[in-house]
Design a protein around this ligand. Sequence first.
Ligand SMILES: [Zn+2]
Ligand SMILES: [Zn+2]
Length: 66
Amino acid sequence: MAATWKVCSACRKPIGFDVDYYACSVSTCNRSRTALFFCSVDCWDAHAAGARHRDAGAVEKRSPKS
Ligand SMILES: [Zn+2]
Ligand SMILES: [Zn+2]
């Protein structure tokens, strides 16, 4: 089983190493202590709706290799 790097901030599904994930484009959602990670755009959508973001976007990123 692949190692878990983070868990999705919406559905708690594990996000492994060296895979695509999504971050929120809103700067306050990316502070190092409280940074949010999403396994899919759908999960980011759920976050954006809950956080009432306006003009926010999901930023596609790649998790570290190890
Ligand atoms: Zn998720
Ligand atoms: Zn956000």
